[in-house]
Ligand binder design. Structure first.
Ligand SMILES: Nc1ncnc2c1ncn2[C@@H]1O[C@H](COP(=O)(O)OP(=O)(O)OP(=O)(O)O)[C@@H](O)[C@H]1O
Ligand SMILES: [Mg+2]
Length: 349
């Protein structure tokens, strides 16, 4: 081996396809989620027999393949040309969080141009006519970010043959929505569980194969990254680490990606937030689950420390909803001359 063999030259890169290391990149195969993909497909199948589809509520913690697996099923529909028979529509409610934005997005997907100056209700009438020509699969991802749940009611009421797929991290989502919506939704449930170590490793190995030049990613470096990712239980951390490790290696003009590069990337992970998972981590129920037995005010203090923005009044209202729905119990205790409430987690969800 020549002294300079392991050094990158000016126009060389350790990356084969850097886009494969984007969070939004959808691999050709979504491994370890075959059963979940089948389940989603089963809910859609009746639509092809001119029957109504089943609605579905998909839950699970951040970064474990809920969006990827669902999008994969929609892509399969398109690739098999089945989108001739049904309308597959995917909308992320983090980005489109009002009824108006959702309706405009649907118009856009249907290539319906007559939207100027129309109110939401007029547009809903227009798209209902169009959508009712074929069955619809509508995926509302991050549905808990929707500001106006009424749109769900309209979709459930006005669309004839449909499968509505709602994806959320919030276990308590269903208990927080209006009874009128819940009784029309009656969904199937699909819970995604975090990946084990082998699965985490397998997914990241696949990304290495897609994203990096052949035979340059050191096996121990990949193991270290997989261990950290498994510990975080969020594949996004792993994808971030792979890319960062590659960039650190490139910065040193190294052709090989070594354990030392991975260790530095892992060190860096401590100081950053993986945006798309952090922003929605603190659900109220998880807070109670992890801190069962604390007072309402102590929970609120923790909530604020975790970056929660709601006022104490709103916070207690959300806690009370969970108590009313039986997810938690509230016990009044005497503290000095005043009273305080202890909140305990109730259900093993
Ligand atoms: N089985 C898998 N095979 C390949 N890539 C995967 C797999 N599971 C997850 N990923 C990748 O991990 C990242 C996070 O997955 P995804 O976006 O589906 O998470 P999520 O469960 O929807 O999380 P959130 O609740 O935060 O939206 C994505 O880049 C996705 O492509
Ligand atoms: Mg998602």
């Amino acid at each position: 081996m020549n002294l300079f063999d392991s050094t990158l030259k000016g126009d060389e890169s350790v990356f084969l396809d850097e886009t494969a290391l984007d969070f939004e990149y959808l691999p050709h195969i979504i491994k370890y989620r075959e059963n979940q993909q089948k389940y989603i497909a089963e809910c859609i199948k009746p639509l092809f027999q001119q029957r109504n589809g089943k609605n579905l509520l998909v839950t699970g913690s951040p970064g474990i393949g809920k969006t990827a697996a669902t999008k994969f099923v929609l892509r399969e529909l398109e690739e098999k040309g089945l989108d001739e028979e049904i309308f597959p529509i995917y909308i992320n409610c983090w980005k489109k969080d009002t009824a108006y934005k959702i309706v405009l997005e649907i118009c856009d997907k249907l290539k319906y141009k007559f939207t100027q100056g129309k109110h939401t209700s007029e547009l809903i009438k227009d798209i209902t006519k169009l959508l009712n020509k074929k069955p619809v699969v509508l995926v509302l991802d991050e549905v808990d970010k929707l500001q106006d749940m009424q749109i769900l009611y309209l979709i459930l009421e006005d669309l004839n043959k449909k499968t509505l797929i709602l994806i959320t991290n919030e276990l308590e989502f269903l208990s927080n929505i209006d009874n009128r919506i819940r009784s029309r939704l009656i969904p199937e449930f699909l819970e995604f569980k975090p990946y084990n170590f082998e699965e985490t490793y397998g997914i990241l190995k696949q990304r290495v194969d897609y994203g990096f030049a052949k035979n340059i990613f050191n096996e121990n470096a990949l193991r270290l990254i997989s261990e950290k990712t498994h510990e975080k239980a969020d594949i996004r951390s792993g994808i971030y680490l792979l890319k960062e490790t590659g960039l650190i290696a490139e910065n040193e003009s190294s052709k090989l990606i070594l354990e030392s590069h991975a260790l530095r990337a892992i060190e860096k992970l401590k100081d950053i937030k993986i945006e798309s998972s952090e922003k929605r981590k603190n659900t109220f129920l998880n807070l109670i689950k992890e801190n069962s037995g604390k007072t309402c005010f102590e929970l609120f203090t923790l909530y604020r420390q975790m970056g929660g923005k709601k006022s104490y009044k709103t916070f207690t209202r959300r806690i009370n909803i969970l108590v009313d729905k039986g997810f938690a119990t509230k016990k009044e205790i005497q503290v000095g001359t005043g009273k305080s409430s202890i909140i305990e987690y109730n259900l093993k969800i």
